[in-house]
Design a protein around this ligand. Structure first.
Ligand SMILES: NC(=O)C1=CN([C@@H]2O[C@H](COP(=O)(O)OP(=O)(O)OC[C@H]3O[C@@H](n4cnc5c(N)ncnc54)[C@H](OP(=O)(O)O)[C@@H]3O)[C@@H](O)[C@H]2O)C=CC1
Ligand SMILES: CC(=O)[C@@H](O)[C@H](O)COP(=O)(O)O
Ligand SMILES: [Mn+2]
Length: 383
């Protein structure tokens, strides 16, 4: 079991639940990082007494330094600060729960410092999976999945004897708040409607990604990098109840599934205690109460993001980086009411197709493709 954590994105949905898990298991925290939530960081500093706190936003860092001047904590800032928190000597695991591909450099910094990474930040793998997984292999560190589907697959793979025993990975998708809707019905949906996830209470960006099915597209790519399978070995099935978190089909067509109530503290805890299991405060699954479980086909015609991510994965190189960058920008514009819900999928598809074929040689390649995709979206959206 991990003892000392560095938590990036500690003020968010996953970050605060990670602290909840750490509190119950008696783990300690030596570094925290967030963007600009000074009030919550101050409370976390007073409870956890970390050595170091990284604040991405410079004004917020200044405010936090003043607020915690009576404590010995060192407050660092910007991307350099995030990377320092990710590579701090005292941590035996770095929990990366920031939102967006801004998590890429800190992930690479953690790996370079030979830290295991408990990864919720899926955008990092989508934008830069080739570099991240190569670096992790070379450093001999583990990338431990926190995302519920990938944790489920990871759990179902424990004891898998060899790669050729594997058939398919089957990712479940809730279908989001707009399951079953036609494009016509989605023309004027609002951010408020899109932010109503049927089963999970999450940050805004991943909730919109669930509504567009971009989340499932990102998760296919995440599974590709984490589990080293071919794109054709990854399937998606809609499962409205979010009880079966994902499945592994083996060569003999036996299927293993991981089930549980939808509560992220189960996958977070497993990432921190693997290969052991400990009691958890999450309620047990009551099969009688949850009743019938349903499965159906995702609608890729209506939800273009899923199609765009699949196409990007087949294209390889920087295509997934572009799809991710375009989506991050488009989600921001949708939440700011500058573009419509359906435009998110259209822009992601166009930006992905606009990205020239090119292999990833460096972090700079990824950052440049990401910036180009964002600029493409802004120009097309005329903002
Ligand atoms: N929430 C969930 O249940 C799940 C989330 N995930 C993934 O986990 C990641 C986090 O999601 P979630 O917790 O919902 O997101 P939230 O929006 O709730 O939290 C995001 C966190 O990232 C921090 N952050 C944002 N930008 C930066 C930055 N530039 N530098 C440093 N920190 C930054 C925020 O800080 P601040 O508060 O200061 O803005 C906050 O702590 C995403 O990649 C998501 O897809 C995966 C599975 C489930
Ligand atoms: C909890 C979690 O892992 C989210 O990524 C979740 O999967 C979102 O649900 P859907 O994308 O299936 O709606
Ligand atoms: Mn997920």
């Amino acid at each position: 079991m991990k003892q000392m954590l560095s938590i990036l994105g500690s003020t968010g949905s996953i970050g605060t639940q990670t602290l909840d898990v750490a509190r119950r298991l008696g783990m300690r925290v030596c570094a925290l990082a967030a963007n600009r939530n000074v009030a919550m960081l101050e409370n976390q500093i007073r409870e956890w007494k970390p050595q170091l706190v990284a604040v991405f936003d410079l004004d917020a860092a200044k405010k936090l330094r003043i607020a915690v001047a009576d404590t010995p904590v060192r407050v660092v800032q910007g991307m350099e600060g995030l990377c320092e928190a990710a590579s701090i000597a005292c941590a035996d695991v770095v929990c990366n729960s920031v939102v967006g591909m801004v998590g890429l450099r800190p992930t690479l910094a953690a790996i370079a410092a030979k830290k295991d990474v408990a990864l919720a930040n899926k955008e990092t793998l989508v934008a830069g999976g080739a570099l991240v997984m190569k670096a992790a292999r070379e450093a001999g560190v583990h990338i431990l999945p926190v995302d519920s589907e990938h944790s489920a697959i990871f759990q179902c793979l424990q004891g898998c004897p060899e790669k050729k025993a594997l058939g398919r990975l089957i990712l479940t998708a809730s279908g989001g708040p707009f399951f079953g809707k036609t494009r016509e019905e989605l023309v004027s949906v609002t951010p408020e409607q899109a932010l109503k996830h049927p089963n999970w209470n999450m940050g805004a960006k991943v909730t919109i990604d669930s509504a567009t099915l971009m989340n499932k597209g990102l998760e296919i790519t995440e599974a590709f990098w984490l589990f080293d399978v071919a794109p054709e070995q990854i399937d998606v099935v809609v499962h409205r109840e979010s009880i079966v978190h994902s499945m592994v089909e083996y060569a003999d067509h036996s299927v293993l599934a991981q089930l549980g109530v939808p509560d992220m503290r189960i996958p977070i805890q497993y990432a921190l205690t693997w290969p052991q299991r400990f009691p958890s405060p999450v309620e047990p699954l009551d099969f009688i109460k949850c009743g019938a479980l349903h499965f159906s086909q995702p609608d890729e015609e209506t939800f273009q993001c899923l199609r765009a991510c699949k196409r990007a994965l087949l294209r390889g190189g920087l295509a997934s980086t572009a799809a991710n960058g375009a989506n991050e920008e488009a989600v921001r514009l949708f939440l700011d009411r500058k573009i419509s819900f359906l435009q998110i999928g259209e822009l992601v598809m166009q930006a992905m197709e606009h990205q020239p074929d090119a292999e990833i040689a460096s972090v700079e390649d990824i950052l440049n493709a990401d910036q180009a995709a964002r600029a493409f979206v802004r120009q097309k959206a005329k903002v």
